[in-house]
Design a protein around this ligand. Structure first.
Ligand SMILES: *[C@@H]1O[C@H](CO)[C@@H](O)[C@H](O)[C@H]1NC(C)=O
Ligand SMILES: *[C@@H]1O[C@H](CO)[C@@H](O)[C@H](O)[C@H]1NC(C)=O
Ligand SMILES: *[C@@H]1O[C@H](CO)[C@@H](O)[C@H](O)[C@H]1NC(C)=O
Ligand SMILES: *[C@@H]1O[C@H](CO)[C@@H](O)[C@H](O)[C@H]1NC(C)=O
Ligand SMILES: *[C@@H]1O[C@H](CO)[C@@H](O)[C@H](O)[C@H]1NC(C)=O
Ligand SMILES: *[C@@H]1O[C@H](CO)[C@@H](O)[C@H](O)[C@H]1NC(C)=O
Ligand SMILES: *[C@@H]1O[C@H](CO)[C@@H](O)[C@H](O)[C@H]1NC(C)=O
Ligand SMILES: *[C@@H]1O[C@H](CO)[C@@H](O)[C@H](O)[C@H]1NC(C)=O
Ligand SMILES: *[C@@H]1O[C@H](CO)[C@@H](O)[C@H](O)[C@H]1NC(C)=O
Ligand SMILES: *[C@@H]1O[C@H](CO)[C@@H](O)[C@H](O)[C@H]1NC(C)=O
Ligand SMILES: *[C@@H]1O[C@H](CO)[C@@H](O)[C@H](O)[C@H]1NC(C)=O
Ligand SMILES: *[C@@H]1O[C@H](CO)[C@@H](O)[C@H](O)[C@H]1NC(C)=O
Length: 826
């Protein structure tokens, strides 16, 4: 972008207005023309009513800072997509004005000083008009000519949002990059530290921190997708294209379904995000973001900040440090990082009562960027190297000695299971550290000893009392139907302080517990619950009333402040995935059992979808959520959590590993979810009943990359269904049942939810009451991204097969629609 300002025509603006008054009188509500400026609370709206433009105040700012911006008119949550005067707000909008002036669109502040301009140097002859178009492009053009030649457009000057139809280009003539730049914070649209740009020589997009350090790369455009963004393959929502010619190179996208409201933003989190508006929930649904985790964003928490992917907010300060600017920190801008509470003694230790600086041991850290290697042989030499250098702030000693000079960036606390970290020794003033180990350690030891002693005594007494009250738990506090309100302490006791973990997922871990009456229970500790107390209890009691032989029974719950737990019946045979996928597990599930589990699961879902008072969409059907009792009878677990977890649900779900393979395509398109989303997940799971391995895993010989694609192709071609069967079953299965399940699975995973059968029909098909027709191979099957983010390609033959199926789509889908009414008896 090349802005050249020609100041003197500005001065003639008055004259210009007078001249143009007579020339152009037809005005529209979407237009700023010479005699129709914009000021105060006036706005203009695009022709179709999609966008609106005018002065706005960002976020919840109490300051009176006004900007000219554009937002969605139809989205109830005011969402700014473009800002003119990013860096130069006005405080009084009624005396500020946006108007055509000397061949430019210019914003004048209260003193009538131009503070923002389209900066065009060549003045056009005719009268100009600025028009807000319905795709969100704000254009400056010659109002008299019919030619659609644009002199300036907001699509060429994006701020932080990339709308469909827009582009982030590289201009090969001026050798200039366009940038998509984050806001500084949630109340300041000035350019922040994160910017997306096109790297033309590699035809890839990169995100740079502070216009310098790149921390994310899309990988090169391979003709269809950016190679390190394999998700783009599952492309039935966006129409992507990449253009490169002698003038410019750029990527652009549009939506196949223009009624979907979707935007791409460079967020203040340093992540690029694609969001779709969900009218039913009145919120933006995050559908995709990169880098995938917040802590991968370069210097996100600033100097001496520490990022923790498991906590909210993600950033905190290292011990001995405090937030540098709590104001910007509160506005989600962490870039200022943290400052020392007590400055270092440094070389001054001789003066300072011998209190030399010390090191804080920080295990399990992702070590900071830019280490310097020092050639020393031992950990203590490494320590003294750092201690004796005033600018050294930390060291680590692994296979070698690394020291850090100055600010520490990109520190990250890793989880205990992550082995990629190391131990960092952080230099702090002695007063910031607990007293040294030597003399005081003994005292601490004594104190600790007696504390522990007392604790044991108290524990014993408590135990006696507990024994006496034995049986009281689970009866006395029964509330809301048959549900029991447990105390947190009680659950801590019965689970031996949550020591035996049965499993974990996006919503929390599950622990085994034994009630005083010897009943075994499963206790789920919920995380990321956004609900208030009352709402939580309401939801839980609703879940509590739902009882069916194929649903796990909720026995009770605990709600104490932020501690929210659910107590379920314990299922001795664990979850289905361990039986289906893990070879180590004793026996292979035989076909008959698999079929019964499929049927039972379907019945449980019918109950949820159709028989409860309110329809309950499970939203997370996968083998991990099908539990097996002692008789291998399936019980669907975790139903109702979608409502319980509320707004966070879709975020948790779409970022959860392993779950995505079961998610229906409409999850990501932004439309409201119906019970058919469960049907899709169920269909995906049916394939796993047949193959005995995860859909996302390639076959042992590596030939079959994505089972559903292969199975769907084979079924539609009328191949040998037994070749699809889990080899561990050695062909011991009812061919008719295998065929039925495969056809049913194909039907359940249709892209268009209206083509999928309701669960009631699924049960009837499995019972053999209804037949099932062939369904076409869905488009969404054409590619699949596995757990490790690797893309799994299907074979060429299945590809041509599926495109053929697609071209027959209209026929085939009406056929599948009719397949129930014309029910073939099987
Ligand atoms: C217009 O040019 C001036 C001076 O060169 C510059 O400060 C300003 O940022 C430019 N405006 C825009 C919208 O680029
Ligand atoms: C504004 O305040 C409301 C309520 O305090 C909060 O929910 C919302 O997130 C805030 N918006 C921004 C942009 O900070
Ligand atoms: C208008 O802008 C000019 C130039 O930036 C500035 O000096 C002046 O103080 C502004 N007027 C007001 C009232 O803010
Ligand atoms: C503009 O359109 C009008 C009618 O729509 C036509 O009469 C006129 O010649 C056109 N002018 C130009 C410059 O094309
Ligand atoms: C592409 O250009 C950038 C500078 O703009 C350079 O750093 C990089 O090495 C180039 N990459 C290739 C593959 O030429
Ligand atoms: C960004 O880079 C500029 C120099 O290009 C530097 O002055 C500034 O301090 C940097 N910002 C941060 C937050 O490091
Ligand atoms: C996809 O985009 C290209 C270029 O932007 C356009 O030519 C084509 O018509 C679009 N296809 C559909 C189906 O919208
Ligand atoms: C960009 O322009 C240069 C000449 O300035 C030309 O050699 C090159 O081929 C152009 N790039 C593309 C992708 O056309
Ligand atoms: C490149 O720009 C020139 C001059 O503006 C134009 O004539 C030419 O058609 C453009 N090329 C393409 C491929 O758009
Ligand atoms: C930041 O938020 C905290 C807690 O919400 C509050 O105590 C503090 O005053 C805020 N700081 C500023 C500068 O607004
Ligand atoms: C050393 O201590 C003196 C007095 O306490 C102080 O003025 C000086 O800045 C200190 N030097 C360093 C390098 O910290
Ligand atoms: C501290 O270490 C850095 C990097 O090794 C070096 O450049 C610097 O000179 C050292 N400072 C002192 C005072 O030794």
């Amino acid at each position: 972008m090349d802005y050249k300002k020609n100041p003197w025509p500005m001065m003639l603006s008055f004259l210009f207005i007078c001249l143009s008054l007579n020339n152009h009188l037809s005005l529209g509500a979407d237009t700023i023309s010479a005699n129709q400026p914009l000021s105060g609370d006036q706005t203009i709206s695009s022709n179709g009513g999609n966008f609106e433009l005018g002065f706005f105040k960002p976020g919840n700012s109490s300051r009176s800072n006004y900007y000219i911006g554009m937002w969605y008119k139809k989205v109830s949550l005011k969402t700014i997509v473009w800002v003119a005067n990013r860096e130069t707000p006005v405080s009084d909008r009624s005396s500020s004005v946006l108007r055509i002036s000397d061949g430019n669109l210019v914003l004048f502040n209260e003193s009538q000083i131009p503070i923002w301009s389209t900066n065009l140097s060549s003045t056009s002859s005719g009268p100009l008009e600025a028009v807000l178009l319905d795709d969100g492009n704000f254009v400056l053009r010659d109002g008299s000519a019919n030619s659609s030649k644009l002199l300036w457009q907001s699509f060429d000057n994006p701020t932080h949002t990339w709308l469909p139809g827009g582009k982030i280009a590289y201009n090969n003539k001026t050798k200039q990059n366009m940038h998509l730049i984050s806001w500084k914070n949630s109340e300041n649209p000035a350019p922040g530290l994160f910017a997306l740009e096109l790297q033309q020589n590699t035809s890839s997009y990169i995100i740079r921190w502070n216009k310098s350090v790149p921390y994310w790369n899309s990988g090169p455009w391979d003709g269809k997708i950016f190679s390190w963004v394999p998700e783009m393959r599952a492309n039935y929502i966006y129409n992507f294209s990449y253009v490169s010619n002698e003038n410019e190179s750029y990527f652009t996208y549009s939506l196949y379904d223009p009624s979907i409201i979707s935007r791409f933003v460079m967020d203040i989190s340093g992540q690029i995000q694609q969001l779709s508006w969900l009218e039913s929930t009145k919120q933006w649904n995050l559908f995709w973001s990169q880098p995938r985790t917040q802590c991968e964003v370069y210097a996100f928490c600033g100097p001496f900040g520490i990022c923790n992917q498991q906590s909210l907010p993600f950033c905190s300060c290292l011990k001995g440090f405090q937030v540098s600017s709590s104001n910007s920190w509160n506005l989600s801008d962490f870039s200022a990082g943290c400052a020392r509470k007590t400055s270092l003694r440094c070389g001054n230790d001789s003066l300072a009562n011998g209190n030399r600086d010390k090191f804080l041991e920080m295990p399990n850290m992702k070590l900071p960027d830019h280490p310097q290697t020092v050639a020393v042989e031992s950990s203590s030499e490494c320590e003294s190297t750092c201690l004796n250098n005033c600018s050294c702030t930390a060291y680590a000693y692994g296979d070698r000695c690394s020291i850090w000079i100055g600010d520490l960036l990109n520190l990250q606390q890793l989880t205990s299971t992550d082995t990629n970290g190391g131990t960092l020794y952080l230099k702090l003033a002695a007063s910031e550290l607990p007293s040294s180990r030597n003399s005081k350690a003994i005292i601490i030891g004594v104190v600790l000893g007696s504390v522990v002693g007392i604790a044991i005594l108290v524990g014993l007494i408590a135990f006696v009392i507990f024994r006496r009250r034995r049986g009281a738990i689970g009866t006395a506090k029964a509330v809301e139907g048959s549900l029991v309100a447990f105390g947190y302490r009680d659950l801590q006791n019965v689970t031996k302080n949550f020591s035996e973990k049965l499993g974990g997922g996006g919503f929390g871990s599950v622990f085994k517990g034994i009630l005083p009456d010897s009943t075994v229970i499963a206790v789920k500790k919920l995380e990321s619950i956004s609900q208030g107390e009352k709402q939580f209890r309401t939801e839980v009691s609703t879940i509590g009333t739902i009882q069916h032989v194929n649903l796990v029974r909720l026995r009770g719950f605990c709600s104490e402040g932020t501690k929210k737990l659910l107590v379920y019946d314990y299922m001795p045979n664990g979850s289905l995935d361990s039986h289906l996928f893990h070879e180590k597990n004793s026996g292979v599930l035989d076909w008959k059992t698999r079929y019964q589990i499929a049927l039972g699961t379907a019945r449980g879902l019918v109950y949820l979808h159709e028989k409860c008072r309110d329809c309950i969409i499970h939203c997370d059907i996968k083998p991990e959520n099908i539990l097996l009792d002692a008789e291998l009878c399936p019980k669907v677990a975790d139903f109702g959590l979608a409502k319980l977890v509320g707004r966070e649900f879709s975020r948790v779900l779409t970022t959860m590993r392993g779950t995505r393979g079961y998610l229906a395509p409409e999850w990501i398109s932004g439309v409201a979810i119906t019970a058919k989303a469960d049907v899709y997940s169920y269909g995906m799971m049916l394939f796993e009943f047949v193959s005995g391995r995860r859909n996302s895993e390639p076959s042992a010989d590596g030939k079959i990359r994505f089972f559903p694609t292969w199975a769907a192709s084979l079924i539609t071609q009328g191949g040998d269904v037994l070749s699809l069967l889990d080899p561990r079953l050695e062909g011991n299965a009812d061919v008719e049942e295998v065929t039925r399940i495969c056809r049913l699975a194909c039907w359940c995973i249709q892209d268009d939810e209206t083509h999928r059968p309701p669960m009631g029909q699924v049960v009837q098909i499995l019972e053999g009451v209804l037949g099932v027709n062939l369904a076409p191979v869905p488009r969404s099957l054409q590619v699949f991204v596995d757990d490790q983010e690797h893309i799994i390609f299907f074979t060429e033959s299945s590809s041509s097969q599926s495109s053929q199926a697609r071209s027959n789509n209209s026929n085939a889908s009406s056929q599948s629609n009719n397949s129930v009414s014309s029910s073939l008896k099987s």
